[in-house]
Every structure is written in structure tokens, then in C-alpha cells.
Design a protein around this ligand. Sequence first.
Ligand code: DQA
Length: 137
Amino acid sequence: MKLIIINGPNLNLLGKREPEIYGSESFEDFMGQLKAQFPKIDLEYYQSNIEGELIDKLHEVGFDYDGIVLNAGAYTHTSIGIGDAVRAIETPVVELHISNVHSREDFRHKSFIAANAKGVIFGFGLKGYQLAIQSFL
Ligand code: DQA
């Protein structure tokens, strides 16, 4: 099974960025734990702060991989382009947010991805990525 985690803008700062919301662990450290926890899964990680690069990556993996875990960060709430890319590809996408976006500002309640996602996970911290991977098994 081949899965990819795609993280969007500002998620390269995990561990440093607003740790009271996003925790104090870097995603690179967390990836090591995920790989150890799911040794049989071919698990890749991609991060970009650039909307078009995220769309390009969705196109690149979206017809071959078995699943995509997508945390598009703030683009979730703004990007029709990323929403359309999720709709255009064949690989199922789980939308993920570390924080409980529905307990935060109103602008975080809107998602251009959710309607075309296999499912949405939010509010469970980094553990949400484990839940998302398990959803593909
Ligand atoms: C986020 C929530 C978004 O609203 C925010 O812009 C992020 C991170 C999350 O993982 O909780 O960058 O996607």
C-alpha cells in the first residue's frame, strides 16, 4: 500500500508554530514514529507553502497511490483550485486538521476540500494522521 501525507502552508513550522494549538513536535520527528508504526505501508511525505505546488503534487500522485492524507492548512478554507484537484483525481483523499477547526474562527469552518474527500479528521492533534492512515487499511 502506497500512501502520501501532503501538508500545506506553515505546516513546515510544526513544533515551533503556536505550540499551544499544534503541539511541540516537529513533523519530521513524527514521521519517524509513523513509519515505525506502519512498517508495511510505503509512506511518503510532501510539504509545500505554495498552492500550485500542492495541486501539482495531487496530480502527480492522484492516479497511482492508494491514499492521500491532505492537510492543506489555510488553503483548505480558500482554495477552489485545491478543491477541484481533489475532485479531479482518482486516489481517495482524507482531509485532516490537527486542531478542531470548528472550535476556532468562523473562516476555518469552511472547506473547499471536504465535499470531495473520503472523510475528514480534525481536532485530534498529530494522532489524526495515525487515524487517517488507519482509515485506508
Ligand atoms: C490546520 C487548520 C487551518 O485552519 C490552519 O490554517 C492551519 C492548520 C490544522 O491542521 O489544524 O494551517 O489545517
